[in-house]
Design a protein around this ligand. Structure first.
Ligand code: GTP
Ligand code: SPV
Ligand code: MN
Length: 596
């Protein structure tokens, strides 16, 4: 045994201080029969031992440590590169509780089926015990989870994405309120892949996938599906939202939360760098994927980012589109399913560097610029600690969170939906979120580019009945004295030739500035059937070369025929949810039809 292995082995004897947690770990170990149990403590020494072990096993490749210090490379199984919505289940006591938009399975039967699959599955392997904290230590909103996994890759990702190790035991104390997550790789056979949630037991069992949202149980499983169900009971909200701060040249600061579906621009918007013309404006990142929000004693809505890292989309990320992300991922980052260059650095489509003359693609096959296939998988990702982010808001660590002034909904729509409009009021804003549509992306397995309804960007993540989720949104208004203003955006509208009409990325600052002004009663607007919109005069186009009134009008256009079709598509979702749909939303639909 070499030194690394000795250090690695030693952790097998760290005891859990918590009797109830320990009993559950032992019960799961009895079932899965690992050769050894590794209790993660979250320390630096442990981190080094884990990386060394992952490299030894061939799970990770150490990247060029001069150019990318602390960075590693991973390829997942080619059939295991995205979330799998068809294998994701909400196992609540009743089917009604899960609602028409979720897969449901009877909890007892599903649980025994899963435990049957997990039985003996860790023989010859290590079971890692990963205690983790979602949210800043000491925050009343923070939650503890324990993930048991036989994937060292999952452990190293969880270590970046959550506050992992001793800090979680400290937060838990002798409390018994923790999420139980069991994760088994099995043989990665897609036919034996199941991601199951038991909201009533605060439990998650995931088998057969080692990828992202399927396997990092703190993220979509706990922080969205389980947490959304808890939030409804306890009067708070768990949302698929980025959180960002905007500061004006005079030092006024507002915080914004925005829900865009997977691969629709949250990371990019959260890390936005204002264009040069915006002298003195600053944007701060609080989070890029998940927000937990609760009314505060001051009557405002307060939000924390439960995560500690970014699991971001690599393709399209470069120094022009997202310089803050590029700087964030220069160190201590795990790259998954991107291309590997001969010098031990990485590349993807839309990288700053030109396509490498030669490299290995995401499946490890030789790739050259004339290759027909993509070098990086469209859902390839980086896992990076948030403390690396140059514009990280100091408030990201604040247990109290940040007060939200604006909520923005948005989707990926090549037509129909204007660049920006504002809801008339909270109920209308909830209607805008509830009726949101967006093109599907590579973040989930299945067809890409098809418009579907994705209410509040939560279709794959709401842990209970979507109709009741809308009701909860409407009800929240009663406990928020100063509700955030609600907006809708679409960065993705195209012209007749299929080109984006809006430059996007840093230029989204112009939309943000209008939103900021609206929250302070400053920006002008005029009323339309869809909501309040900026006139050309109300919208800052200074320095935006070649951007004319005509382009602006194309971006903001509301076409009656397109909107007829849109309302019919919205009706489909409403019909599906009919018996659970709050009357207010049906009323909002009638009002919209009347206005149009
Ligand atoms: P998840 O991590 O899957 O939840 O995604 P996300 O919402 O954080 O999406 P992300 O910011 O990673 O963006 C996904 C893709 O959209 C990337 O390829 C971006 O380059 C692209 N994108 C982001 N913002 C814009 C924009 O303003 N305009 C255009 N045209 N594309 C954008
Ligand atoms: C998403 O799909 O919305 C993600 C990536 O943020 S995953 O963690 O895989 O869910
Ligand atoms: Mn996401």
């Amino acid at each position: 045994m070499n030194d690394t292995e000795t250090a690695f082995q030693r952790h097998g004897h760290v005891p859990a201080p918590h009797p109830e947690a320990r009993a559950w770990v032992m019960e799961m170990a009895d079932l899965t029969q690992p050769d050894r149990i590794f209790w993660c403590d979250g320390s630096e020494a442990e981190k080094e031992a884990l990386y060394a072990e992952a490299v030894r096993q061939g799970v990770l490749i150490r990247l060029n440590q001069e150019k990318l210090p602390g960075c590693y490379y991973h390829r997942s199984h080619p059939s295991d590169v995205a979330r799998v919505e068809q294998c994701t289940y909400i196992c609540s006591e009743t089917e009604v509780e899960a609602g028409p938009t979720n897969n449901w399975s009877e909890p007892k039967a599903m649980r025994s089926r899963l435990l049957g699959m997990a039985k003996d599955s860790m023989k010859g392997r290590t079971m890692y015990v990963v205690p983790y904290l979602m949210g800043p230590h000491g925050s009343p909103l923070a939650k503890v989870g324990i993930e048991l996994t036989d994937s060292i890759y999952v452990v190293l990702n969880m270590r970046i994405m959550a506050r992992m190790g001793q800090i979680a035991w400290n937060h838990l104390g002798m409390g018994t309120d923790f999420n139980r997550g069991l994760h088994c790789l099995l043989d990665l056979d897609p036919a034996r892949r199941l991601i199951c949630h038991f909201p009533e037991r605060n439990e998650i069992i995931s088998v057969g996938s080692g990828y992202g949202g399927n396997a990092l149980l703190g993220k979509k499983c706990l922080a969205l599906r389980i947490a959304s169900a808890l939030g409804r009971k306890e009067g708070w909200m768990a949302e698929h939202m980025l959180i960002m701060g905007v500061e004006s040249p005079t030092g006024e600061k507002s915080f914004v939360a925005a829900a865009f579906p997977s691969q629709c621009g949250k990371t990019n918007f959260a890390m936005l760098v204002p264009p040069e013309e915006f002298k003195g404006w600053k944007v701060w990142t609080v989070g890029d994927d998940i927000a937990w929000m609760k009314p505060g004693p001051d009557g405002r809505l307060w939000a924390i980012n439960p995560e500690a890292g970014f699991f971001g989309v690599a393709p399209g990320t470069n120094a022009k589109t997202n310089p803050n992300a590029m700087r964030t991922i220069q160190r201590d980052t795990i790259y998954t399913n991107v291309a590997l260059k001969p010098d031990g650095t990485v590349w993807w489509e839309g990288h700053d560097d030109p396509p490498p003359a030669e490299c290995l693609d995401w499946q490890g096959r030789p790739w050259a610029p004339d290759s027909k296939e993509k070098a990086a998988h469209p859902n390839s990702r980086f896992t990076a600690p948030m403390v690396n982010c140059p514009n990280l808001a100091p408030e990201a660590h604040d247990p109290a969170g940040v007060p939200i002034d604006a909520i923005i909904f948005g989707g990926r729509r090549p037509n129909t939906v204007p660049l920006v409009f504002q809801a008339f009021n909270w109920s209308h804003g909830v209607f805008l979120g509830a009726t949101m549509g967006s093109e599907t992306t590579a973040a989930a397995s299945g067809a890409v580019g098809q418009v579907r309804r994705d209410p509040m960007a939560m279709l794959p993540f709401c842990g209970y009945n979507m109709g009741r989720f809308f009701r909860h949104w409407l009800d929240m208004r009663k406990s928020i004295k100063y509700p955030p203003r609600i907006f809708h955006v679409n960065w993705f509208r195209k012209d007749g030739d299929g080109r984006f009409l809006w430059p996007g990325y840093g230029q989204n600052m112009r939309v943000l500035q209008w939103v900021f002004g609206r929250c302070r009663g400053r920006s002008g607007a005029h009323e339309t059937p869809l909501g309040w919109v900026p006139r050309f005069e109300d919208f800052n186009t200074e320095g935006l070369a070649g951007f004319t009134r005509e382009t602006f009008e194309k971006l903001q256009a509301m076409n009656a025929d397109e909107w007829k079709r849109e309302i019919l598509q919205q009706d489909e979702l409403f019909m599906n949810l009919y018996q659970f749909l709050p009357k207010d939303l049906i009323f909002q639909r009638e009002l919209l039809v009347a206005r149009l």
